[in-house]
Write a protein that binds this ligand. Structure first.
Ligand SMILES: [Ca+2]
Length: 317
C-alpha cells in the first residue's frame, strides 16, 4: 500500500538530527511525522483525483468537439480547416465510423472503409548491423530489404487461435512423418547394426505418442485453416516485395489501407533463408496531420531513411 513512501520519512528524519533531546521532542517528532504523512497522503489523493477529472473532461470535450476522430496534437483544427478545404467529405463520415468502433468494440473499421492506402516508397539502410557486422555473407554483404507493415487489429486474436488449431494438426502430421522415416530407416539397417536400438526406441516412442496419419477430414480442415489464416492476416499485415543486395531500395508498393487512429508497426527486414534479420522496427499512430502531410520520412535503428506516403483512395475504391 502506501508503506514504501512513508517509511523513509519516518525513519530518516529522526536519525538525521544528531542529538535529539530525549523523550519529549522525540514524541513530538513522531506526531509531526504522522501529521506530515497525512498531509502528503491527502495531497497525493487530491492530485490523483484532479488528474482523473482532467482526463475525463478531456475525453468528453474531445469526442464532443472534434470533427475527425482521435487526434494527436492540436495543430490541425484551426489552421487547416480554415485555410484549405482539403478533405471535407471525410470529416464526418469517418468520425462516425471511428466513434462507432470505439463505442462498440465488435464493430471494426473495415479496410474498405479506411480512406487511405499506405505506400512504402523507399528505404535507405545503414551498410552494417548495429554490432558492426555486415548484413550478409560476402560477396553479397548488403541486405535484401523488404518492409512489413502490421496494423494493431483485433483480428490478430482470432488468427492466433486459428494458428493454434492449425499447429496441433501440423504437429500430428510431423509426428506421422517422423514415424514413417524411422520405420524406413529401420528396414534398411541390418540385424545387429548398432543404431537399430536407437530407431527401435524412436518408433516405440512415436507410436506411444499416438503418431498416425491425418484423417481426410483433418487434412481438409488444416487446408481450410491455412487459407483462412492467410486471408485474415492479409487484412492487417502487408509486406513489400524484397529488393536484393541493396542499401537503397525503392519499393513504391501499396500496403495497408489505413485511417486516423490506426497503430502501425513498421519493420524493415533483411530477407534471409531461415530467419529474417530486423534492420529496424518502429511504431506509429496514424494522425490527421500525417495523412495531410502525405509523405513522411522515418528514421529508426539501422534504417537511415524510410519514405512512406499516405495516399487518399479514389472515391470509388
Ligand atoms: Ca539477406
Amino acid at each position: 500500500m502506501s508503506e514504501p513512501s512513508t517509511t523513509p520519512v519516518l525513519e530518516v528524519l529522526p536519525t538525521d538530527e544528531p542529538t535529539p533531546p530525549p523523550v519529549k521532542s522525540s514524541s513530538l517528532g513522531i506526531i509531526k511525522n504522522i501529521a506530515l504523512f497525512f498531509i502528503v497522503a491527502m495531497g497525493v489523493m487530491m492530485a490523483y483525483h484532479f488528474i482523473r477529472i482532467l482526463a475525463l473532461w478531456g475525453d468528453t470535450t474531445q469526442s464532443a468537439a472534434t470533427t475527425s476522430g482521435p487526434t494527436f496534437g492540436p495543430a490541425r483544427f484551426t489552421s487547416r480547416d480554415a485555410n484549405t478545404n482539403i478533405r471535407p467529405r471525410m470529416a464526418n463520415d469517418r468520425t462516425q465510423d471511428t466513434e462507432e468502433v470505439r463505442s462498440n468494440p465488435k464493430r471494426r473499421l473495415t479496410n474498405a472503409e479506411r480512406s487511405y492506402v499506405l505506400i512504402v516508397e523507399s528505404a535507405v539502410v545503414k551498410p552494417r548491423k548495429a554490432d558492426g557486422r555486415v548484413w550478409d555473407l560476402p560477396p553479397f554483404e548488403r541486405p535484401d530489404p523488404f518492409v512489413r507493415i502490421e496494423r494493431t487489429d483485433p483480428l490478430k486474436e482470432e488468427v492466433t487461435k486459428l494458428e493454434g488449431d492449425a499447429n496441433d494438426l501440423k504437429r500430428l502430421q510431423e509426428k506421422w512423418k517422423d514415424l514413417q522415416s524411422a520405420e524406413d530407416r529401420l528396414k534398411k539397417l541390418r540385424t545387429g547394426d548398432k543404431s537399430r536400438d536407437f530407431y527401435e526406441r524412436k518408433v516405440t516412442r512415436l507410436k506411444d505418442e499416438g503418431a498416425r496419419p491425418l484423417t481426410s477430414t483433418e487434412a481438409q480442415k488444416l487446408q481450410e485453416l491455412e487459407k483462412r489464416i492467410a486471408k485474415l492476416r492479409s487484412e492487417y499485415v502487408r509486406t513489400t516485395p524484397t529488393v536484393e543486395d541493396s542499401v537503397k531500395a525503392t519499393f513504391s508498393a501499396a500496403t495497408l489501407p489505413v485511417d486516423v487512429g490506426d497503430e502501425l508497426t513498421i519493420e524493415v527486414l533483411d530477407a534471409d533463408i531461415a530467419v529474417h534479420d530486423t534492420i529496424g522496427e518502429t511504431r506509429i499512430v496514424v494522425t490527421q496531420d500525417l495523412l495531410d502531410k502525405g509523405t513522411s520520412e522515418l528514421r529508426f535503428a539501422q534504417v537511415e531513411s524510410l519514405k512512406i506516403h499516405f495516399k487518399l483512395k479514389s472515391a470509388k475504391q
